[in-house]
Design a protein around this ligand. Structure first.
Ligand SMILES: Nc1ncnc2c1ncn2[C@@H]1O[C@H](COP(=O)(O)OP(=O)(O)OP(=O)(O)O)[C@@H](O)[C@H]1O
Length: 596
């Protein structure tokens, strides 16, 4: 209610006024009708009859207009609530410092329900609350009328609604539990449907003929979802059918009694019309009251998920008053760092000790799965170490302001994202303060060696880098975007990482794996310039590009097994020397083991 009140206060006030009117209008109509009939069946005073008929017509006209006004107010309230609810939800999600929640299926299920219930819940509570108010007023008004005519009629009609309320509330609990239970299936169904229409996936799916396998699985998920809905719908059908029969039987008995009373003269013809209108209206209003109460109940049960996400605390501990992050002076230290992704998973890092000096370049080498990217994620505080600590000039990262820390670090990952946005936006995501600063954007693109490519695009830096959307809002304009090559995308990701002029720590995790030899050489020369005078960490399987690092560490099975300069490590003739000579042999046929 608070969310809806914040989003659309005036619309809700108008909606409330109309609901009160709509709740009392049937009562006014029934009484006016009774009075008209009684006037017509007694000595007729035409002026009275015309006055009453005019009032009846006026109320009738207003009643005809109200549903249209309510429909508009309801839709407008829903639109406004949607804006506020979605903004609050995604702002809350954006506040998560780390990645853990995005890898937790239970949390992702909850997030999905939160989105659906956050969008529709507040509107349903307002609609349900006002609908229930309206129905309540109708019930109270007519119950008073029925009490005047025969107290037991009022009591019978009201009691007949009891079982309906109990049954509907039990059904609503079941429905809310079912929505939570099918969350996984719904997410999987969305995953398959997104995959089957994804331009990146289309290539492999067509070549490997894997489409039918995936859409059959998608249809399987839809069947699971349908089964769950069907079970509840059938239960609802039987329960509501039975209750409708009960209501009809009660109404029939009351009608018989009323007609009999009119024949014996204890009720007037107008009274008969009033009882018929009252019983019908009370039953309809009670059904609507129960329906609205149940809708509100269910919306609130599901809205719990929305509140749980919006009010969830940080996923990584953040001090109440976190320390500011000063420029890096001495270096970043990993002190006896142990890490595993979950308690039931194996250790990925086992007692790593490493200092990245504030003005030096450190390189990490290791086989696939050795833990290199994990180490980078800990440095960026996307996770906290399970044991040990990462220290920024001696201060634990957990003590520092995470936002300020992120502004001092820039990283280029091997799996950098290609955003379906313009070239300018793709680079500006690295530091959004530069989005309207073409000089900074171009400088970053030049550093990454991608300026010439972007400059020649049809709309230069404003060219859309995707073909899944039109370039502008005008769908009649046939211009769509441009698709870059893998290496060009990688250079764009490097530009994004280099947009911030002087990060304290620059991390490059396999930044050039998709570049041709010439581009790689050129980009690494520029990167060397950019890294000068600040802490940098390089991760690469191409050992040639790491030769000039001040310190190279070899990570194996989560431990540092060798450390030193390139020359030291070659002389030591250990794991690094073995990997290096294997690669070198691939390029020089003269080296033993090389290509013939
Ligand atoms: N999010 C995650 N959840 C669980 N396990 C993970 C996750 N990310 C990585 N791992 C596991 O951690 C181990 C180390 O992975 P990591 O990505 O750090 O290796 P890497 O040295 O960077 O490998 P590569 O050279 O292939 O990029 C692997 O066994 C991997 O399966």
């Amino acid at each position: 209610m608070a969310l809806a009140r914040d989003a659309a206060p005036r619309h809700i006030a108008a909606y409330l006024g109309l609901s009160v009117f709509a709740g009392l209008a049937p009562l006014a109509v029934a009484w006016l009708m009774k009075l008209v009939i009684d006037r017509l069946t007694g000595p007729v005073v035409w002026l009275d009859v015309i006055g009453l008929a005019g009032a009846l017509g006026g109320v009738g006209m207003a009643v005809a207009l109200v549903p249209h006004a309510v429909r508009y107010l309801r839709a407008e309230t829903d639109r406004r609530v949607l804006l506020v609810a979605v903004s609050r939800l995604y702002a809350a999600v954006d506040r998560f410092v780390g990645l853990r929640r995005f890898e937790d299926p239970a949390f992702l299920d909850r997030l999905q329900i939160a989105r659906a219930s956050g969008v529709s819940g507040p509107g349903m509570v307002v609609d349900g609350g006002l609908g229930a108010t309206q129905a309540f007023l109708t019930v109270i008004g007519f119950a008073g009328t029925l009490l005047l005519l025969g107290p037991w009629i009022a009591v019978t009609v009201l009691l007949a609604a009891g079982p309906a309320l109990a049954a509907e509330i039990a059904l609503s609990r079941r429905r809310a539990a079912m929505v939570a239970a099918i969350g996984q299936a719904e997410r999987r169904e969305m995953f398959y449907s997104a995959l089957l229409t994804d331009p990146q996936a289309a290539k492999e799916l067509r070549l490997f003929g894997a489409g039918p396998y995936l859409w059959r699985r998608m249809v399987g998920e839809i069947r699971t979802i349908n089964r769950a809905h069907r079970r509840i719908d059938r239960r609802e059908l039987f329960l509501q059918g039975g209750l409708a029969l009960l209501g009809a039987a009660v109404a029939g008995c009351l009608l018989l009694w009323t007609v009999r009373s009119a024949v014996t003269g204890s009720l007037t013809i107008g009274d008969v019309a009033l009882v018929i209108a009252a019983v019908g209206s009370v039953q309809a209003a009670l059904a609507s009251l129960v329906g609205e109460a149940v809708a509100v109940h269910q919306a609130l049960l599901l809205f719990d998920h929305y509140l749980a996400v919006v009010e969830s605390g940080p996923d990584l501990p953040v001090r109440r008053a976190p320390l500011p992050v000063p420029p890096l002076k001495r270096g970043i230290e990993l002190r006896d760092v142990w890490f595993r992704y979950a308690d039931d998973q194996p250790w990925v890092l086992r007692g790593v000790n490493l200092v990245l000096p504030a003005q030096g370049c450190t390189a990490v080498v290791g086989l696939n799965g050795a833990g290199k990217t994990t180490l980078v994620k800990l440095l960026c505080r996307l996770y906290d170490p399970t044991r040990g600590a990462v220290l920024w000039d001696g201060v634990d990262l957990r003590e520092l302001d995470p936002g300020q820390l992120r502004r001092r670090i820039r990283a280029v990952f091997q799996d950098a994202i290609s955003y379906d946005l313009t070239a300018r936006e793709n680079i500006a995501i690295g530091d959004l303060t530069a989005i309207d600063d073409p000089v900074r954007i171009e400088a970053a693109a030049r550093r990454a060696g991608v300026h010439d490519v972007l400059d020649k695009l049809p709309n230069g830096y404003d060219t859309l880098l995707t073909r899944i959307f039109f370039s502008g809002d005008d769908t009649g304009d046939p211009t769509t975007g441009v698709v870059l090559s893998g290496g060009q995308w990688q250079r764009l990701a490097i530009a994004r990482g280099l947009l911030l002029e002087r990060p304290d720590l620059l991390v490059l995790d396999e930044p050039s794996s998709a570049l041709d030899a010439e581009a790689e050489h050129e980009v690494h020369l520029r990167l060397r310039e950019h890294r000068r005078g600040r802490a940098s960490l390089l991760v690469s399987h191409r050992l040639g590009v790491l030769r000039e690092a001040d310190l190279i560490v070899v990570l194996s099975d989560g431990r540092i097994v060798e450390r030193g300069s390139h020359d030291d490590l070659v002389v030591r003739d250990g794991e690094y020397a073995r990997l290096f000579s294997l690669q070198a042999a691939g390029y020089h046929p003269s080296i033993p083991g090389g290509a013939a």
